[in-house]
Ligand binder design. Structure first.
Ligand code: HEC
Ligand code: HEC
Length: 326
């Protein structure tokens, strides 16, 4: 935070310096000094002013996000909640927050000690460090109240009240209150474990400038209270399964695919293909990673997580993929 503020002050200082040089050049006696000096210093002033404004906006969005206070919450930690939390974590969180191997890559296996720098791995390390946190009571979360942990999941706000960079792009703010509490119950029940690598999420000044420029706008905050649709093999519940099952994070909010962008290559719309499959074929495909045509999924499609879903959840997903887009 302090380093980022120093960068901001530096850019403001440079803007002042170039502004002064521009003024001096324009008042110079020689015509060429007026034109060349004034133009160069003027453009540099403008550049610094733009960077300073975007940086200040970005830093404001990160450090002063206007966060709601953490709810006053005490999770009961019943065996049912812990089991539900374990199911949810096994489908999604473990893929990023699992232990890292000696090479720094995620093993996607417990313990949930994290340490994977996604920003560096995905080629946006120039924006800062986005390293998955240790989710066991052996890490930072031991110092979080249940309400503060709830606020992380619902509003992407850390204990200190700062906006999280990466978690904000994930769809967990749409998890029901009940499921969010189940996650907390499960994380609290884990044996404490230490991380092998540093864990932290922090934007640097370039990240702040890009955020302030509107290239990476923070996502809308979650609702104060969220209820899941009634459990069943329905398109409505299937959409909820696609939320906690991570599908929407990659295939787009309505599972209609995502075009290639600075954040990654294109992800296909699975609906046309899935609509030619039977429910049994869909479940078989998600469990084995091989389509009915015999074509296997590539590494980019994390079917091994989906394979851990119950039959009913996969059937609901199928109903959602076959239904009109919603
Ligand atoms: C796609 C990767 C990814 C997935 C999946 C993921 N996280 Fe995270 N998580 C991150 C990263 C990266 C950070 C580091 C902070 C940041 O940049 O958001 C983080 C940070 C956190 C933090 C620490 C927040 C803080 O205050 O510092 C918590 C708690 C957390 N995640 C919980 C979860 C839970 C629970 C799940 C599953 C429901 C989950 N995450 C799934 C990438 C992920
Ligand atoms: C990490 C990103 C990611 C997540 C999460 C993800 N997918 Fe995919 N999926 C892909 C990519 C990339 C492809 C295309 C590459 C391939 O075919 O292996 C794909 C392919 C597919 C296909 C095949 C489409 C076709 O036309 O053959 C289906 C079906 C599918 N995904 C369904 C799902 C479902 C259901 C979920 C949630 C349980 C899910 N995906 C989660 C990235 C993802």
């Amino acid at each position: 935070m302090f380093v980022n503020l120093i960068f901001l002050l530096l850019v403001i200082g440079l803007a002042g310096l170039f502004g002064w040089l521009c003024y001096r050049a324009i008042r110079g006696r020689k015509l060429w000094v007026k034109i060349v000096g004034g133009l160069v210093a003027g453009l540099l002033t403008l550049l610094c002013v733009v960077v300073a404004v975007m940086g200040a906006r970005g830093l404001g969005a990160i450090y002063l996000p206007g966060a709601a206070p953490a709810p006053n919450l005490k999770v009961a930690v019943t065996p049912q909640q812990v089991a539900r939390g374990e199911y949810l974590v096994g489908l999604s969180c473990v893929g990023c927050h699992g232990a890292v191997g000696a090479d720094g890559n995620p093993t996607e296996q417990p313990p949930l000690t994290g340490g994977w720098n996604i920003a560096a791995a995905e080629g946006f390390g120039f924006m800062g460090a986005m390293i998955t946190e240790n989710l066991t009571p052996g890490g930072k979360l031991a110092g979080y109240s249940d309400g503060e942990l709830f606020r992380v999941m619902r509003y992407s706000i850390s204990k200190e009240g700062h906006k999280l960079g990466f978690m904000d792009f994930l769809p967990y703010k749409e998890l029901s209150d009940e499921d969010t509490e189940a996650l907390i119950a499960y994380l609290r029940s884990l044996p404490p474990a230490k991380s092998a690598a540093a864990t932290r999420g922090s934007f640097n000044f370039i990240g702040a400038v890009l955020m302030g420029s509107g290239m990476f706008p923070p996502s809308a905050p979650g609702a104060a209270s969220v209820k899941a649709p009634p459990k069943g093999i329905t398109a409505e519940y299937g959409k909820y399964v696609a939320t906690f099952g991570e599908c929407r994070g990659c295939h787009g909010p309505n599972l209609t695919g995502v075009e290639a962008s600075a954040l990654g290559p294109a992800v296909p719309n699975p609906r046309p293909t899935v609509s030619t499959w039977t429910q049994a074929q869909f479940i078989q495909t998600m469990r084995t990673g091989v389509r009915p045509s015999g074509a296997p999924f590539t590494e980019r499609m994390p079917w091994k997580s989906a394979a851990k879903m119950t039959d009913d959840d996969l059937a609901a997903l199928y109903a959602y993929l076959k239904a009109p887009v919603q």
